[in-house]
Design a protein around this ligand. Structure first.
Ligand SMILES: *[C@@H]1O[C@H](CO)[C@@H](O)[C@H](O)[C@H]1NC(C)=O
Ligand SMILES: *[C@@H]1O[C@H](CO)[C@@H](O)[C@H](O)[C@H]1NC(C)=O
Length: 443
């Protein structure tokens, strides 16, 4: 099996055991893409955590039908909680975040990383009073969870990125986290147009809060002079690219992956993007005839058009944030939804010519639903990626009929057991256009 690496969190070669850090100086200078390079080169020596990650995602998708809002499978409390996660008495408001973790016997490993000269900027950040910040600090136990492996330690640039990914600007108490979906981190990478990489926050039973699916907050609301600390049980590794995520989750995305491979669809260079990734069962829903056609040699060009309709580049839509062009209306919409607004709409142009997907983001109390083209729901939200976000859909998105745009009923557009003729009719114009484009280029 290829690339059986762990995703998002808790990964093998996070191997930032403090005693290894000195070795890092010998590493070659890292490119901008230090995170992706790490993902590309690291092979996991343990598939356990990776398997558990995929199980969490599939369980969440499976249980999604039971509810109309996109929350994780263990997120079934009937009301967004108002309390929980202790009071505000933990910590010591005369000390900085750095001082607190330095003196805490459960966070010695993270603290000693900060004491390494290479990471003195991070230490200063956590020691400075100029801004409040939130630190997700991995406990010493979290470092023990890094499986043993024989790979080289990561370059120090990677460790630096990793440390920044544990910090979020602003003061976010557990109470704030419970109603958050994503938070910006202090890490920014070129791949996302230098916007902050985000952390995915989810709340489960008994107010269990997880960051990036795996890392559980085991101790929250440790207040400091310059912010707040939450202790987590797994290290947060900056995520890989969208493409890598798809390839790492074969039980969920192998059909989509196969399609990308067979059609040789190449995604243009991008700074962020939104991938509406259909699950394997989304493809099954199309029915055996449609699948046989799409994956046959004469169907591939239709498949290619279809897949293109799932990629948005340069605009990154999280359930509670939008990194895109600074068109006023979009900015305004984003602010409305971030500041407690209930609804916003955006049309996102896909790689399929000028064809856009109409996105409706609706907020209800602490929950958010994302609905595409009027009826297709995102069944797993905010799969953060280094170059954007993966929003998982349980139905394959098919471009609506031109002439019926805006009037199509759900059943018509739904795509379940779709006839090959219908599929062809809906995609024909894009397939032809592509060929025209090719000819024009030849002249
Ligand atoms: C940090 O947050 C506390 C509590 O909300 C506030 O009193 C303080 O002024 C903030 N400090 C800065 C530098 O913003
Ligand atoms: C990280 O923190 C530093 C210091 O506060 C700040 O200058 C920088 O803009 C932050 N970066 C991001 C991406 O938040």
């Amino acid at each position: 099996m290829k690339h059986l690496t762990l995703l998002f969190a808790a990964t093998a070669a996070a191997l930032v055991a403090p005693d290894q850090v000195t070795i890092l100086d010998k590493q070659p200078a890292a490119s901008n893409d230090v995170v992706q390079t790490w993902w590309d080169s690291s092979l996991s020596h343990s598939t356990k955590l990776f398997t558990s990650l995929e199980r969490r995602i599939t369980d969440s998708i499976r249980s999604f039908d039971a509810s109309s809002y996109g929350f994780d499978n263990d997120d079934h409390h009937p009301h967004p909680p108002r309390r929980g996660h202790g009071g505000h008495r933990r910590g010591d408001k005369t000390k900085t975040i750095y001082e607190l973790i330095k003196s805490n016997k459960y966070t010695t490993k993270f603290a000693s990383l900060l004491d390494n000269d290479d990471f003195s900027d991070i230490k200063s950040l956590l020691d400075s009073n100029s801004h409040n910040k939130t630190l997700f600090v991995p406990t010493d136990k979290a470092f023990e969870r890094i499986p043993h492996h024989g790979d080289k330690p990561p370059p120090k640039e990677f460790v630096l990125a990793l440390l920044k990914y544990h910090i979020s600007p602003g003061l976010h108490t557990a109470h704030d986290l419970i109603t958050s979906h994503t938070l910006p981190s202090n890490l920014s990478l070129d791949t996302l147009g230098s916007r902050p990489q985000r952390l995915r926050i989810s709340t489960g039973l008994l107010f269990t809060i997880r960051v990036n699916i795996i890392s559980k907050i085991v101790y929250s609301n440790i207040l400091a002079k310059n912010g707040v600390i939450h202790a987590i049980d797994h290290i947060l590794v900056p995520p890989p690219s969208q493409e890598k995520i798809i390839s790492l989750l074969p039980n969920t995305f192998s059909t989509f992956s196969l399609g990308l491979e067979k059609t040789e669809l190449s995604i243009p260079d991008h700074k962020g993007g939104t991938l509406f990734a259909p699950t394997n069962s989304a493809f099954r829903r199309l029915g055996p005839r449609a699948n046989a056609f799409l994956f046959s040699s004469h169907g591939l060009k239709y498949l290619k058009a279809l897949l293109k309709y799932h990629f948005v580049v340069d605009q990154t839509l999280y359930s509670d944030a939008f990194y895109g062009e600074s068109k006023d209306e979009k900015a305004a919409a984003r602010e409305r939804v971030q500041e407690g607004g209930k609804y916003w709409h955006v049309d996102l142009e896909t790689l399929l010519e000028d064809k856009a997907i109409a996105v409706d983001v609706k907020k209800w109390k602490g929950w958010v639903s994302i609905v595409l083209n009027g009826f297709t729901r995102v069944v797993f939200q905010d799969g953060v990626a280094s170059d954007g976000v993966v929003q998982v859909v349980g139905k394959v998105l098919i471009p609506p009929h031109e002439h019926r745009h805006g009037h199509t009923g759900e059943e018509e557009d739904d795509g379940k057991n779709i006839e090959v003729e219908e599929l062809k009719a809906r995609l024909e114009r894009y397939v032809e256009r592509e060929e025209e484009g090719g000819q024009a280029g030849d002249l």
